[in-house]
Design a protein around this ligand. Sequence first.
Ligand code: C2E
Ligand code: CA
Ligand code: CA
Length: 976
Amino acid sequence: MVVFREPVDVPRARPAVRPACVDLDLTLVDGWILQGADGVIVDIGVTDGTLLGWTTADLVSDTAQSMLHPGDREIATKVRDRVRVEGGSQTLHLRARAKNGRWVWVETVFHPAPLPDGRLGERTCVTVRDVSDRYLGHEVMSLLVDLRQTVAAATTARSAWQRTLSLVSQLVPFDTAVAWEDTSSGIAATEEWVRHPDPEPRCPRCLDALRSEVRAAWGDPLPRRVALPAHRCIGRTALPSTLLVKVLGADGTAAVVEFVGSQVDDTSSAVQLVGEAFGQIGDALRRKHTETELALARRRFELAFTEASIGMALVAPDGGFVDANDALCKLLGRTRDEIREVGFQAVTHPDDLEADVAYVNRMLAGETGTYQLEKRYLRPNGEVVWGLLSVSLVRDDAGNPLHFISQIQDITPHKEAERQLQQSVARFRAAFDDSALGMALVPLDGDGRGLIIEANDQMRRIFGCDHLVGVAVDRLVEIDESVFTSDDLLALTPEAPAIRVEVKAAATEEECWLRLVAAPVRLEDEEHGRFVVLQVEDITDERRVQAEVTHLALHDSLTGLPNRVLMMDRIERAQERSERTGHHFGVLFVDLDNFKDVNDTFGHGHGDGLLVSVADRLRGGLRPNDSAARLGGDEFVVMCEDLSTDVELAKRELAAIADRLHDRLAPPIVFQGDELFVSASVGSHVSYGLREPVRAVVSNADTAMYQAKSRGRSRTEVYDAAVRARAAERLTVAKELRAAVSSDQFHVAYQPIVDLADDRPVAAEALLRWTHPELGSVSPADFIPVAEESGLIVEIGQYVLERVCAVLAGSNSPPGYLTVNVSARQLSQSDFVSRVMTALEVWGVDANRLALELTESVLVEASTSSHRQLAELRDAGLRIGIDDFGTGYATLRAVRDLPVTFLKIDRSFIAGLTTDDDDLTISKAVIGLADALGLDTVAEGVETREQADLLRELGCPHAQGYFFGRPAPFDTPASC
Ligand code: C2E
Ligand code: CA
Ligand code: CA
């Protein structure tokens, strides 16, 4: 609260200074002025050393007029002249300028003053007394009136301030006045009034200091003199005399006005006057301020209303539109006039009317001040638009509803987007809920990390569980750490590829296999957190079928044993294990002996039955980690792991297993009442680690098996690399042979057979010759077995037969007959007879000029149908002979029963004939046997005269050998 000094009239002690010329009571005056007729001050007397601040020196010789307020000068001059001329004294209240620049009300008494010579009419003496205190009330009143008018006339707070400050400047001699107000950004200088416009801005440091002073002044009793800190000013120099005066409003300080100027003095009555005036205009200013704001707000509202892009309307309490802006007209598809004719009810979609009316009623009832509603509007053409309606109610001073202010925002596009979004969400929801796959969402962040937050029906069905929310994935599936862990799931990043695993469902009654795909979800907004979508598919049936298919693909359907493919795979794994453990592993290649006979004799049913039994016996003879497979036909493979790390010991262990297999196969197999005997030739091969390709492991055992076959069957042979090498050689030979057949590299040589009685040739043996383009001449001993194995012998044999027939048909054919070697394969051809007969017929050769030779073993092993064919040929006139006789096991009885006409004593016996008694004995026996059976005999390989002579002695009719002639080409004019 500001306390102003009341104007008081207290007599002061007066000094006794008086003008010499006038006898005056000077006790109550501040001073006197003696002036001439022209107003020039002649003398001056002061009580306190100064008069209104002026010293005598300041004033003497100046005119008294200049001290006066211009408005008072005329009256003052008139009164002075009257008193001077007419005498008497007169009192006058005038405004005089104090030295500090302010106007001060003074009570002047004009007296006539005589010249030194006593003459009147020239001079006057004026006593001066400061009575400004008395005038404060008036000043304040008039100032207030002025200010009130000023404030009322001003249209803005700014102009109110400007005019107020300019009015006040008349009373207070300041240079600058600044209004500080409490604005939204704190206490700030809002207006400045400058008496002498100064181009320079105020010093920022002074301003800072001032601002804090003003802030402090806000609550202080005022006026307050501010002493700014001494500093080097930047910009306008701060004046030393700064005074803060408060403007009071009804609710406290409204503003603080800062006066700056050298004349500003807080004790001066004018300042107090200003303070008082301000105290009373604060409210007016504040109101002005608010009114200005209101006017602005109204203007803004009007602008906003008409120009707004949002629909706006004034609506009467009954719902009728009072006014609508352009945006609303556009929204509703009506003109402003059309809108004014209807109420909001008419433009509201019937379905939304009830809600809207309910709100309106609540508002009218005063239950709510505003409401917001999303509703549909109808356009005259029936179109529906969506609006977001915001309504507020304006009431008059008495509280009666005046009108509603409605804002309607066109949200049709949002609604449409929302509808589409909802549809899209619904579609996705349905896709999720109704998916044939089990689906679940698992967050990767937050408290529920790793726990299911949503799961669809299929997911619940798969796990037979109604509540999956909150369940961790690793509780639903059996985690096989080698496949996938729940940590893998939680470590998924949006960039990571999906996890695809096959896992077993945990805690389901029946075994249930699942395909689980865990894919990270890429949400654009990271704030929504990261998720994983789980897709789960029940693949139990699929796996079962797959397992069956795999089983079928990997097993032999007859015996149920693994097939070649699976065995190869197992061997590969065994190799890897062997590599790791250092243990050897072994393969037994098992080939049944004479299996063909079972088929031929008993039929294929028995053959199959035998194979099944053999499979069972093999299986039963194995150690737990060994395995047996059927490669096809009558071939089986047994694989044995964990044999010794020592190769020799390993070979022995494998041999023991082979022996056991032989033993198990030995007892007869009874099938459908028939006793079947079976034996097997077994090739055994021990291997280690990855040193050999899988195929080589098996084929080495195979090679050993052939070895076992050729060494008499029903036995085991261990693989020998040298045997393998021969086999490899054979392979290349087979390839070359094929080429030889087509490119005419064969020819036939003939070796004479002589009659020992006179050593004359009676026949010749046709021997095939192969001249390889690079290898040169290749021995039949090398290529015939290969041709035999590959089946090429049939073609080659046919060639020889044709050549021989061609030679026999030639005009200079050799004497007698020609003998041709026939292999087992040729003989087993069902059309063998017709081939031979056709060749004879085609060349027109007599059957008795052709002989056929077959080795003892071929003949013994040949089927009965082959024997029949030979018999047929023999009966047709051909000679049939047993070649290499004595090397096989033909019994006497067999020789008698075979359809043959001659025997050829194997050259191994002839070689030792003259030196080895055994050979002599055998040769004698053969010659005797042939003779007894009525068969012809040919001794082979006769190389010396001694041999020939001895044979002749022994009664051997014919002989063949280098002694009589080497095989040589026969010049034949005819070609085939
Ligand atoms: P093989 O039927 O026992 O033929 C006789 C073999 O003994 C011939 O060998 C012949 O050159 C050889 N030889 C003849 N005299 C002597 C002798 O005084 N001392 C010695 N050490 N050897 C003698 P080659 O020509 O190498 O034929 C070998 C085998 O090849 C034949 O044995 C025969 O089994 C087979 N062969 C030859 N040509 C044919 C053919 O056209 N068809 C078939 N299936 N096999 C044939
Ligand atoms: Ca022969
Ligand atoms: Ca022979």
